[in-house]
Design a binder for this molecule. Structure first.
Ligand SMILES: [Zn+2]
Length: 103
């Protein structure tokens, strides 16, 4: 097992893990629990981490994620929380809302 990266929230983490698995790089989401402060922070303060099952996939998996973030190039602002989203995501990583249809 090797930690690949940290995701902004669990929804994004699950999307990344699904893509990694589809790409042939088995991965799982692991919650990072902050020791000693359980109960004093909202759950979304414990950022999910992406862990690869096989260490040797690290380079290829990072390439896959970086390509995911780069293509297509676009930027939008979440209608629900105002978060600015970059890259190929159609879901807000601030609140999880889906991108509104272009008007
Ligand atoms: Zn949002």
């Amino acid at each position: 097992m090797r930690r690949l990266t940290r995701a902004p929230n669990t929804a994004i983490a699950q999307i990344w893990v699904d893509l990694l698995c589809e790409g042939g790089y088995p991965a799982t989401v692991q919650r990072q629990f902050l020791s000693g402060v359980a109960g004093s922070l909202p759950p979304d303060q414990c950022l999910p981490e992406i862990w690869l099952l096989h260490d040797e996939h690290e380079t290829a998996a990072q390439t896959l994620l970086s390509e995911l973030a780069r293509v297509p190039q676009r930027r939008w602002v979440c209608h629900a929380c105002g978060e600015e989203i970059e890259g190929g995501f159609e879901q807000c990583w601030g609140c999880g809302a889906l991108m509104a249809p272009s008007d």
